[in-house]
Design a protein around this ligand. Structure first.
Ligand code: NAD
Ligand code: UDP
Length: 332
């Protein structure tokens, strides 16, 4: 069966969906799933942190169109749209710190452009927000009602405050114009197609383990994160698009691990003999992070299915065949 003969799983008419951030890690997986479900997708991305290789397999696909463009600049879309999905933003700390003004712009001006587009097309709007809106959280695990403990001008502020602004803008369009919106707060998500040099925990540890280099643990490694595999996130997003609720809704895997435990699991799964090397903890690095996902479970009938051992094994298998993962830093 050709790709064009796949019909929607949910018995709906095929839809036309705009995905901003389509060449990114999560965006490209979302595009694949939308196409597999029979929809048309317009992907837009300026490739600031995304990889065009993430979309290479879709060249010539009859229901996919790619536009290379910065959503912080004006643009028009000819097609009618059913959904506008805003995933465009640098996402890893080293990347958003390298691109602070771009990060603030895409989350402010870019969000306005996409909200206006959704309004003009009478489309449903999705905002990919983040667990970073909780900052260094004062409550554990984090529930949606927690307002956050964020440094408004610290080294992570361009991202945290950018996303907090984007949430506020999304709710303003919902309250003022009745726009049908959905806000998701994504907790650390990983899987194949992450940029090997994005500096995030999973890519760093997997790349280092495969190269036989020491795994760079920041601080004493006692800080925690909860790792979600990308297919679980995509499933939750697609369920949420069918539910009328502005959110915000936490989407993450509540299995909480210390950074040191994650490093040791990567060593075990890769069979690497790399050692751990300890480095200073970055400023404002949150100490604990675990989502309370009761709301998503109730609203979406969803729970993550892929545990960290399984998801990391899949990520490592994909990394072994990713030329960029194996290339030295700076080779791309
Ligand atoms: P990513 O960097 O791989 O993808 C983001 C994409 O957005 C990239 O392809 C980038 O080029 C594009 N982009 C950035 N600015 C743009 C602009 N002005 N115009 C057009 N395109 C632009 O990151 P990701 O991990 O796939 O994250 C996707 C979204 O999910 C982001 O909004 C991020 O904040 C959010 N999120 C991700 C995580 C995670 O753990 N991966 C956690 C919380 C939130
Ligand atoms: N981290 C680490 N070594 C690395 C990269 C990250 O110890 O090479 C730690 C980092 O200090 C943080 C956690 O892993 O405590 C997750 O970092 P990441 O940058 O992936 O995302 P964050 O959750 O901080 O946004």
């Amino acid at each position: 069966m050709s790709k064009d003969n796949v019909f929607p799983l949910h018995g709906e008419r095929p839809m036309t969906v705009l995905v901003a951030g389509a060449a990114g890690f999560i965006g490209s997986h979302l595009v694949d799933r939308l196409l597999a479900d029979g929809h048309r997708v317009v992907g837009i991305d300026n490739l600031i942190t995304g990889r065009s290789e993430n979309l290479d397999h879709l060249r010539g696909h009859g229901r996919f169109r790619f536009i290379q463009h910065d959503v912080g600049l004006p643009f028009e879309i000819e097609e009618g749209l059913d959904w506008v999905m805003h995933l465009a933003s640098p996402a890893s700390p080293p990347k958003y710190q390298r691109w602070p003004i771009e990060t603030l712009t895409v989350n402010s001006v870019g969000t306005h452009h996409l909200l206006e587009l959704a309004r003009a097309k009478r489309a449903r709007f999705l905002l990919a927000s983040t667990s970073e809106v909780y900052g260094d959280p004062l409550h554990h695990p984090q529930k949606e009602e927690h307002w956050g403990n964020v440094n408004p001008n610290g080294p992570r502020s361009m991202y945290d405050e950018g996303k907090r602004y984007a949430e506020a803008a999304t709710m303003a369009y919902h309250r003022t114009h009745g726009l049908s919106v959905r806000i998701i707060r994504i907790f650390n998500t990983y899987g194949p197609r992450m940029d090997p040099h994005d500096g995030r925990i999973v890519t760093n540890f997997v790349r280092q383990a495969l190269a036989g280099e020491p795994l760079t643990v920041f601080g004493d490694g006692a800080q925690t994160r909860s790792l979600q595999y990308v297919s679980d996130l995509v499933e939750a997003i697609l369920r949420y698009m069918r539910v009328e609720h502005p959110g915000p809704v936490n989407l993450g895997n509540p299995v909480e691990m210390t950074v040191r435990e994650i490093a040791e699991l990567v060593l075990e799964l890769t069979g690497s003999r790399s050692t751990l090397s300890f480095h200073p903890l970055p400023e404002n690095d949150p100490r604990r992070r675990r989502p309370d996902i009761a709301m998503a479970q109730e609203l979406l009938g969803w729970s993550p299915r892929v545990d960290p051992r399984d998801g990391l094994a899949r990520t490592i298998a994909a990394a072994r065949t990713d030329a960029a993962m194996l290339a030295p830093r700076g080779a791309r």
